[in-house]
Design a protein around this ligand. Structure first.
Ligand code: ROI
Length: 169
């Protein structure tokens, strides 16, 4: 069993409903248990500003899946919820599921970079994640979550919304 943390994001087609549906899909993954989910957060887009605000959250999973098998499952959920891969970098999306942390693994290949490459700079990733981890949490690469939180830029647009009630969608 590995302890895995997933970042969720959406800014198209009813983002809150997209995250609700994604969480119930995560809860049904094979060989996997959804342990906990963070509150939902709303924030202005990082990147091109001519797109809607994002809703973000994090989820804690326990899984026996291998990292790339989990990634396949996450990408299937994204596609199932209408994700279209466009040429535009940092464009809007119905659903983004990122592997933030996968146990004590450090991975860096063409499909997966874990710990997630951008997480240290993104309050909309770190704040939800911090709800699910102990305050003294140390990442696989030795960085302390508390230090990342302290050092990351302040996002004045970030708002904490409700905590999702898991329902079957
Ligand atoms: N901006 C915010 N606020 N939240 C996201 O999840 C998000 N995801 C992205 C980019 C386009 C970088 N901007 C984002 O992929």
């Amino acid at each position: 069993m590995e302890q895995v943390y997933i970042g969720l994001g959406s800014n198209l087609a009813e983002p809150v409903q997209q995250l609700d549906a994604a969480l119930s899909a995560l809860a049904q993954l094979p060989s996997t248990r959804l342990v906990a989910t963070s509150a939902y957060y709303s924030s202005a887009p990082l990147g091109p500003s001519d797109q809607p605000r994002y809703t973000n959250a994090a989820a804690h999973l326990e899984t026996d899946l291998m990292p790339h098998d989990l990634l396949d499952q996450l990408q299937a959920i994204e596609l199932n919820q209408g994700r279209q891969r466009k040429a535009e970098r940092w464009g809007p999306r119905t659903l983004d599921l990122d592997v933030l942390l996968f146990g004590q693994h450090i991975l860096d290949d063409e499909r997966l970079c874990v710990p997630h490459y951008h997480m240290h700079a993104r309050p909309f990733v770190l704040l939800p994640l911090a709800e699910l981890c102990p305050t003294d949490f140390i990442l696989a690469d030795g960085r302390k979550l508390a230090d990342l939180l302290q050092q990351c830029p302040i996002d004045t647009t970030l708002q904490r919304l409700h905590t999702p009630q898991l329902c079957s969608v």
